[in-house]
Write a protein that binds this ligand. Sequence first.
Ligand code: NIG
Ligand code: FE
Length: 414
Amino acid sequence: MNTLISNVSQLVTPRGDAPVNGSSMSDISVQERVSIRIEDGVIVDIAERVDKNGIDVLIDAGDAVVMPGLVDPHTHAVFAATREEEFLARLQGKPYDEGGIQSSARAVAAASEKDLVQTATPWLQRMIESGTTTVEIKSGYGLSLEGETKLLLAIRQMRKTLPMRVVPTFLGAHAFPGGVRRDDYISTIITDMIPTVRRRRLAQFCDVFCDKGFFTPSETRTILRAARGAGLDLKLHADELANVGGAELAADLGATSADHLLRVDEHGMRRLREAGVIPVLLPGTAFTLGAEYAPARRMIDLDLPVALATDFNPGTCLIYSMWIIISLAVMRMQMTIEEALTAATLNSAAALELADKIGSIEVGKRADMILLDLDSYRQIPYFFGHNPVRMVLRDGKVIHERSRPHKRGASRPS
Ligand code: NIG
Ligand code: FE
């Protein structure tokens, strides 16, 4: 099927099929008044005038800003229940601890796979409506072979039924289940869970919550080595609550990404750079927890390819909109809007090993893109909390269209 998108006022995109480092993150391409030709889901031409022969679907962008679909490379989007009481208690001074993950695990234990799909689907639908075309989803609220398998099967089910791209991650090492010895749980992860994930092809990545009060660097190393042996790509929740050397470990293991990094130090950042590990920053979590933000500016100055994600989860960040994350990156982490857009598209695609297929609008890439009711992409961080998305395409097909178009102009918001 051939599609033509015409009347684009601004086509905004990073370029390339690999993560973009440091100062190059500002090199966003802005083309005005172009059309885009898509054939069988792939972008084949971008120009002022493109060949209109053999077009099946014509999309008039009506002066929209067009950019790559947003890629959210870190979420815990499948859970059985929200945790507002814990959230409110924390705001009254109760510290964040593993009790929250345990309560999510109890809720998952009482839910069926079908319940999990039913609860998660509306959240993911909201992500699509907010322009996210690719999402990573972690297990991690199962904490048993049965529970983790149930979560990963629910993720597989949504991968089939939802129109977005879904990348599954196994996070059995999220917390220790109650009443089980640490060593015994780690053995279960290595001898039961990882082989099951491999045999049933349940996940692409394996992640571990490596932090104070959770998995030690040495436990994390043991688990991730086993995961690597089973053919999984690696991610780490690293240095979120304390600096435990999570970044260094991610570098030693050659992980695809190290995520959170609120407490990372200079040495850890340099090791990430040397090893080519992508720092995935989650400013929504720092915002929700009232914690200090990750040192994004220093990372970019050290030439790291910063990526952004929501961390959408019932405990520490219920933000599902990448727009809010981009705004926070610009407003609270001193990133420029150009850097933040690169971080939320091409670099976040690279954090999922997908930078060769998605994350930019260029000839040869899959046509995952969004049409925005904005005058300029530079309005994005300033329009905090708005959803500017008019239309969402995956593989050149419209997967969401806003029913009532937004009006433009300063005096008429809608
Ligand atoms: O990324 N840091 C670890 N895990 C989640 C929170 C999990 C929870 O509290 O449910 C996070 O912040
Ligand atoms: Fe997380």
